[in-house]
Design a protein around this ligand. Structure first.
Ligand SMILES: Cc1ncc(COP(=O)(O)O)c(C=O)c1O
Length: 295
């Protein structure tokens, strides 16, 4: 089909309809792999280097040797976005253990599979963003930091999906998950922040949440704007009684949450600090100094 998006698979660019990998790939059979999502806005891949650094850290944590240098990976992502001609895109970068046999032993996999998909994504509509999302507190806990840890951006997202199903079942937009101790951890694909008495709080790395790249930039942005930002354990009650709640992630950016587990947050509308951050963050996207310029 002409005009189809082109997908990179192990050095080849193939049209989307023909982009296939083996059923013996351990990414498919066992979720044995790592990934990243990168947003391209007005020709700039936001924080591409940071995403590639995190990809290689995730790979290191699971003893997966990515068969190219970080520099080559960045260049390859840039080339694939260029080949697709999209100035605004959502890039999915996946590295799996590769093709093996039906046993789970990674030693049977000769070579990792590298896939780069360039597409579009829209998680929430304008209305949800302007009114704020509704969220539940999921009964599904995040995995422990010494188990299938979520600090590694791996292909094990069933924990997140189970929480999302719970949200879907009651018509909520998102699920906020607790860590194994019962403190607030993160959303299903986003980090969590609360605001109380003008101070911004977010769970620390020790909660086991993914060290979000948007989270890090938003924390710095908030400080640049003069707000105090504190990483600390957040109890469910602190979440429910916050003045403002918002989520951060690559696909979603900054998203206000105005109801959690049936409790109205603040006055039920996106709060002033959330709105200020959303406005300022939007200006960072597309800024060449915040990423890698592709076009
Ligand atoms: C579980 C989880 N937490 C947080 C995030 C946000 O991270 P980032 O801002 O790097 O996209 C993601 C994004 O994919 C995620 O999957």
């Amino acid at each position: 089909m002409e005009g189809e998006p082109l997908v990179y698979i192990d050095g080849e660019l193939v049209p989307k309809s023909q982009a296939k990998i083996s059923v013996f790939d351990h990414g498919f059979l066992y979720g044995d792999g790592v990934f990243e999502s990168i947003l391209v806005t007005n020709g700039v891949a936001f924080k591409l280097k940071e995403h590639v650094d995190r990809l290689y850290d995730s790979a290191k944590a699971i003893c997966l040797d990515i068969p190219m240098s970080k520099e080559e990976m960045i260049k390859t992502v840039v080339d694939v976005v260029r080949a697709n001609g999209l100035r605004d895109a959502y890039v999915r970068l996946v590295v799996t253990r590769g093709v093996g046999d039906l046993g789970l032993d990674p030693r049977k996999c000769q070579k990792p599979t590298v896939v780069i998909i360039v597409d579009k994504i829209k998680l929430y509509g304008e209305e949800a963003l302007s009114k704020g999302l509704t969220a539940i507190i999921s009964s599904v806990r995040r995995d422990r930091v010494d188990a299938t840890t979520h600090e590694v951006k791996s292909m094990n997202y069933l924990n997140n999906i189970l929480a999302k199903l719970e949200a879907n079942a009651v018509g909520a937009d998102e699920a906020i998950m607790l860590d194994d101790r019962g403190f607030v951890c993160e959303g299903t694909a986003d980090n969590v922040f609360i605001v109380k008495n003008g101070v911004i709080y977010t769970p620390p790395r020790t909660s086991g949440a993914l060290p979000g790249i948007t989270r890090a930039r938003v924390m710095r942005l908030a400080e640049e704007l003069g707000y105090k930002v504190v990483e600390k354990d957040i109890t469910p009650v602190e979440l429910l009684t916050a003045d403002e709640v918002f989520l951060t992630g690559t696909a979603a950016g900054i998203v206000p949450v105005t109801k959690v587990a049936g409790r109205v947050i603040g006055n039920g509308r996106p709060g002033p600090i959330t709105k200020k951050l959303m406005e300022s963050f939007k200006r960072l996207l597309g800024d060449p100094s915040e990423g890698v310029k592709i076009f």
